[in-house]
Design a protein around this ligand. Structure first.
Ligand code: NI
Length: 169
């Protein structure tokens, strides 16, 4: 099932999500729907709050569906180490058409559980490090625009308000 994606402005995107405690068939179905929704939207990551579900779950595929081994499910993820710095263009399915150079660690390590509840740690560099940080941020109610300068962030917020007023958001 493909879910509609919640856009910036909805409270669920700026509220910390709840930990997952039940590793059951419902979770498996939700994760599979999240992949389907992410691929349909041509994203490389999706967090459950972006489909209106306030749970600590995200999916990532930096290969955009090209490499099955790149499919990642992170349940209850925590960034446990980060080093270096990269600045590259970043966007978010909840802020369609807005992209901005966003600072992130060059390397990030996440500790998470898989869909069966097994704990693992994973270190990513480059785009994967960016995605790990971006998606984990979502579960803490943080959007990428919070890593931009206040000037840049306010300019995006102003444009969104204008579009919302015009019924285009
Ligand atoms: Ni996002």
């Amino acid at each position: 099932m493909i879910y509609p994606i919640v856009k910036y402005g909805q409270a669920v995107l700026e509220t910390p999500a709840e930990p997952v405690v039940a590793f059951d068939g419902a979770l498996e179905k939700l994760v599979s729907d999240m992949f389907e929704t992410m691929y349909a939207a041509r994203g490389v990551g999706l967090a459950a709050p972006q489909i209106g579900i306030p749970k600590r779950i995200c999916v990532i595929d930096t290969s955009s569906g090209e490499d099955p081994k790149a499919r990642l499910v992170l349940v209850n993820p925590v960034i446990v180490a980060a080093e270096g710095k990269q600045v590259n263009e970043e966007g978010c399915l909840s802020l369609p058409d807005f992209r901005a150079d966003t600072p992130r660690p060059a390397r990030a390590t996440v500790r998470a559980q898989d869909v069966q509840g097994r704990e693992f740690t994973l270190t990513g560099e480059g785009l994967l490090a960016r995605a790990l940080c971006h998606e984990t941020d979502h579960l803490n109610g943080i959007l990428f625009i919070q890593h931009l300068s206040m000037l840049k962030r306010d300019s995006i917020k102003r444009k969104v308000r204008k579009m919302a007023k015009a019924g285009q958001w």
